[in-house]
Design a protein around this ligand. Structure first.
Ligand code: ACO
Length: 429
């Protein structure tokens, strides 16, 4: 027999159905609560206990450190799959067979160029423009070049074309935002290269010199993108779904997701981690002093890269990344003092009661920045790398929301302002 939840309000008891997911996750369905109770709503700042949707894309068990895309464990995908394979899996629900993968890859490869007119936009940005600001604007601007994407009720083929265009063009836009900041000439994509190789080429090649593709770097990038590819209803993904729920087009919805990701409490943490490690190094490397600062409630400093809203035991992505980080640094022969500080910090924090009591563990961003640094990605581009990785997840979530015909996202509130009062003219105030 299915479970029922009961609440009592003013002597009346109301029954609420309990819904259960395929992994036995349970939720109390309050969708009829307001109507049934004559106006009561629930309140949950930060949505810590609120499910916004039913989703078949990503399963995450924060207590046990489990993450699966469409049922496949992240550990297997990170070790064996390519980023485009994982993108297909997230967006279309199953791993592609060889024909499907070839056709998907060809479609992505054929759309890597961005319209020449968009180059002028880049040139108008100041050299110090943060690449996340540029990326969010450029992605939204794609909608102006493909006005047919504004039509919400297009068929599957047209929707797929918009999706493929976006996956194809994001690395080009990202690399060009970097080239523009450097005031270097833009490098056009080369369609004989794979997704990760092409991005590295556009970032690091010059018209005067080829970029020597290093398989170690390509493989590290592939792993990092896969680890970031989806993470169910986080801040940026919820943003994409809520913007898309108004039937705003895909480019606009993803642009909003990029903006949400930018913040240091979310994707911006990878940049913040490296800046924090540099700050600690420049201050003499006294890790204990910085751990004490993080614990001090009168000090706003937090250990960036520690803590997570849902992982309360360990972040499985951090475990994979930590190993990948050691491998990459060893294979590339990089001896990074930041890594030593990171390891000391991790050790001190993991043994400290404050962090243990609050279940604060290193998250995915703690080590990703060190890998990006080792493969010469500039610090300001770290969150852009996260956005490239998260793109298929955002798209899959947007597509699911549209296909499920979900209602427009519109939370309620409890009003705590003034009661009605009359207008008083300025002379009398
Ligand atoms: N350093 C020091 N103390 C921390 C940290 C930290 N990094 N994170 C949480 N705490 C403390 C809080 O002060 C709070 O203490 P209290 O109970 O004594 O008041 C307690 O731990 C719980 O923290 P909340 O902020 O309530 O946890 P929440 O789930 O809201 O926040 C978040 C999670 C935003 C990730 C937080 O841990 C944080 O700010 N971490 C640093 C930023 C970071 O690394 N973000 C990346 C997250 S991963 C991602 O988005 C890809």
């Amino acid at each position: 027999m299915s479970e029922i939840a009961k609440i009592e309000l003013g002597g009346t008891s109301y029954e609420l159905p309990v819904i259960e997911g395929t992994e036995n996750e349970k939720g109390i369905d309050i969708s009829k609560l307001r109507g049934a109770t004559g106006g009561y709503i629930t309140i949950d700042p930060g949505f810590k206990n609120t499910g916004s949707t039913k989703s078949a894309i990503t399963y995450l068990d924060g207590e046990n450190g489990i993450l699966r895309y469409r049922g496949y464990p992240i550990e297997q995908l990170a070790e064996k799959a390519t980023f485009l394979e994982v993108s297909y899996l997230l967006i279309y629900g199953d791993l592609p067979n060889s024909e499907e993968l070839t056709s998907f890859t060809e479609s992505i490869t054929n759309h890597t160029l961005v319209h020449e007119d968009m180059k002028q936009f880049f040139e108008a940005y100041p050299p110090k423009a943060h690449p996340m600001g540029v990326l969010a604007s450029m992605v939204c601007s794609l909608s102006t070049f493909y006005p047919e994407s504004l039509d919400h009720d297009r068929g599957t083929e047209a929707k797929d074309l918009t999706i493929h265009r976006l996956i194809a063009k994001l690395p080009t836009l990202a690399a060009w935002s970097y080239k523009n900041a450097m005031r270097h000439p833009f490098m056009y994509p080369k369609n004989n290269l794979d997704y990760c190789e092409n991005f590295l080429h556009m970032m690091f090649a010059m018209p005067t010199s080829e970029y020597q593709i290093d398989p170690v770097v390509v493989s590290a990038l592939n792993t990092l993108l896969i680890l970031h590819a989806d993470h169910e209803q986080n801040c940026s993904t919820s943003t994409v779904r809520i913007v898309g729920s108004s039937h705003a087009n895909l480019y606009a919805s993803i642009s909003a997701g990029i903006s949400a990701l930018w913040g240091p409490l979310h994707g911006g943490a990878n940049q913040a981690v490296i800046e924090m490690l540099e700050q600690i190094a420049n201050d003499g490397g006294d890790v204990d002093k910085w751990v004490a600062k993080a614990k001090d409630k009168s000090d706003s400093f937090r250990l960036m890269g520690f803590g997570h809203r849902v992982y309360k035991n360990f972040d499985p992505r951090a475990t994979i990344i930590k190993k990948a980080c050691d491998d990459v640094l060893e294979k590339l022969g990089v001896d990074d003092p930041m890594l030593e500080i990171a390891k000391k910090l991790e050790k001190v924090a993991l043994e400290d009661e404050y962090f243990k009591e609050r279940n604060l563990y290193p998250n995915v961003d703690f080590y990703s920045g060190i890998i990006y640094k080792a493969i010469n990605i500039p610090t300001e581009m770290f969150t852009v790398m996260f956005a490239i990785g998260r793109l298929p997840g955002w798209i899959a979530q947007w597509k699911e929301m549209i296909e499920n015909n979900e209602p427009i996202g519109r939370p309620r509130q409890i009003y705590t302002g003034e009661n009605e009062r009359g207008y008083v003219s300025v002379e009398k105030r």
